[in-house]
Design a protein around this ligand. Structure first.
Ligand code: ATP
Ligand code: MG
Length: 534
């Protein structure tokens, strides 16, 4: 879908300002990618595709404290899974260039070494309404700053003891322009550079240089960086000659009841509140993949939500809609009972073979044969001794249709000493076979079932959102019952389900066979209708 960015690019190409566009997706490898990143990926790669350009995958790996190779690996996997095969770059490969740019700034009198602590820097920075205070070291002689910066680089300075700051304007109405720190000391090895560096550049200094080095034409980021754009331009004005990238901002994706912060997602993983980054409840691409989402559904979601310049929230139902729509067309139908209750059909003494439609929406609908014997399983909630009003499933004297089979009539049931129903007894009504029923008997309900003699045991995992509805912090809204595990029965055919294969379980929703577990574990992708909740 086109956005305001298409118009900018079209006009830049038409005016000859650029001859070929280069965009980039620049994740910091400090966590797994989430659905918000997918929006940025689809946007950047989409623009490159539409206008014959290129989109780089660049790791913004400038902070050795939080970054790991494991995240680099997962990010590459996720981007490829979405269907893109980009050239890959690492910001840390540009540390030499960045260092030279910093030296150039010092020599030009545009940067100085300061010894303020993080707290002092924060206090001296001022507020939105009040200017900042100049450091007493602001006019440190150039030679002295050069020497101190050299010491920082050579590991002679403790973490945090010195910083390199630009000399811009402590009175600027834009706080980002008040002599921001561009280098800090971190005596920490880097996951790719080893112990080559003990100074590391800050984002606002590093990012424009990374873009310029790669020849990025349109550097697209989220709105919170709008106030950083003057600094982005200042760095390029003072450090870079040659073709210039330009920064444009768009609204980040925010989804109701969904956590969209890597820091908080990492906390859930670290505290084991979820079973890892790929827990199917996580909004990470790895989680969504394991949950059964497809790249095409995620891309179609990203296309539908569009790209705007004002922040807003997207309803989580919209993401579910994208996959439900697709699965309705593609998923094979199957019968599975999540919470089984035994039902004996006294007059169905010989096992019959019935036919079952695999997918009514397929181009060439196919049928599958299923057996139907004396003992079957139905869903526990499809039988009620004391039915509530308007209940149209099976009751002690009632009738119901078994999907693709017969109308049955209940003739009895057994209970344990607590009153829990342990068995239902019924008979089939001859002449009511689905597709051949001329009996004229009308029943309100149709229920699914599983044949006992050849069924398989399955585990199903039903998911809800990680956050409860309402206001408050993530901690306050964290839901403790976002996962329900059930042990059920499924038709024989599901015993051969492949890992990651998707199905519609009649009346129960869309499910995917878990890609990690070896047993027959099925994750519910989404319910059949909006707003399902078990
Ligand atoms: P988080 O806040 O989750 O940690 P981040 O912005 O720090 O995310 P990065 O790895 O720096 O994560 O993000 C890489 C790119 O993805 C950036 O260009 C960023 O603007 C974009 N991005 C991150 N979150 C979203 C989002 N919710 N919607 C759209 N784009 C996003
Ligand atoms: Mg970031």
């Amino acid at each position: 879908m086109e956005s305001f960015l298409d118009n900018i690019i079209k006009s830049d190409l038409a005016s000859g300002k650029v001859s070929k566009i280069i965009t980039r997706f620049p994740p910091e490898p400090n966590g797994f990618l989430h659905i918000g990143h997918a929006k940025s990926i689809c946007l950047n790669f989409g623009l490159a595709e539409r206008y014959g350009g290129v989109c780089n995958l660049r790791f913004d790996d400038t902070n050795p404290l939080k970054e790991e190779n494991e995240y680099v690996r997962s990010i590459i996997e996720d981007v490829k899974w979405l269907g893109f095969d980009p050239p890959i770059f690492y910001a840390s490969d540009y540390f030499d260039v960045m260092y030279k740019c910093a030296v150039k700034l010092i020599k030009a009198g545009k940067a100085y070494v300061d010894d303020m602590t993080a707290e002092e820097l924060r206090q001296a920075r001022g507020t939105l309404t009040e200017g900042g205070k100049e450091s007493k070291h602001r006019n440190r002689p150039i030679a002295e700053s050069l020497e101190m910066f050299e010491d920082m680089k050579n590991g002679r300075v403790a973490d945090g003891a010195l910083v390199l700051r630009t000399k811009i304007d402590m009175a600027s109405p834009n706080i980002n322009m008040r002599d921001p720190v561009i280098y800090r000391v971190l005596n920490t090895p880097h996951h790719r550079q080893g112990d080559k560096w003990c100074i590391y550049p800050m984002y606002d200094f590093a990012h424009p240089l990374e873009d310029a080095i790669e020849g990025i034409t349109h550097s697209i980021c989220t709105l919170e960086f709008e106030d950083h754009r003057p600094l982005y331009d200042w760095v390029l004005d003072n450090c870079w000659e040659g073709p210039r990238p330009h920064q444009y901002e768009f609204a980040r994706l925010d989804i109701t009841r969904t956590i969209m912060s890597k820091r908080y997602l990492k906390m859930l993983v670290d505290k084991k509140q979820v079973a890892g980054w790929d827990d199917p409840r996580m909004p990470t691409l790895a989680g969504l993949r394991r949950r059964g989402f497809s790249p095409s559904a995620i891309k179609s979601f990203c296309a539908d939500i569009g790209v705007a310049k004002a922040n807003s929230q997207v309803n989580s139902a919209q993401l579910e809609f994208s996959i439900r729509d697709e699965l309705n067309m593609t998923a094979s139908r199957a019968m599975a009972v999540l919470d089984p209750l035994e039902l004996v059909l006294t007059n169905n003494t010989t096992e019959q073979t019935l036919s079952f439609e695999v997918n009514p929406n397929a181009e060439k609908p196919k049928k599958r044969r299923i057996s139907f014997g004396q003992k079957i399983y139905i869903e526990r909630e499809d039988f009620e001794v004391n039915p509530p009003p308007k209940y149209n499933r099976l009751t002690p004297d009632g009738m119901v249709r078994l999907k693709n089979a017969y109308i049955i009539k209940c003739t009895g049931y057994e209970q344990d000493k607590n009153g829990k129903v342990t068995k239902v007894i019924a008979e089939i009504i001859e002449g009511t076979k689905s597709g051949q029923d001329k009996s004229g008997i009308k029943v309100k309900g149709v229920i699914h079932w599983v044949n006992a003699s050849d069924c398989v045991d399955i585990e199903t995992r039903l998911y809800d959102y990680l956050l409860k509805d309402g206001e408050g912090s993530f901690e306050e809204r964290f839901s403790d019952d976002s996962l329900i595990i059930k042990h059920g029965k499924a038709e024989k055919y599901l015993g051969k389900a492949k890992k990651a294969e998707r199905f519609q379980f009649l009346r129960n929703g869309y499910f995917v066979r878990d890609s990690k577990e070896n047993g027959l574990v099925f994750n519910r992708i989404v319910g059949l209708k909006d707003g399902y909740k078990k």
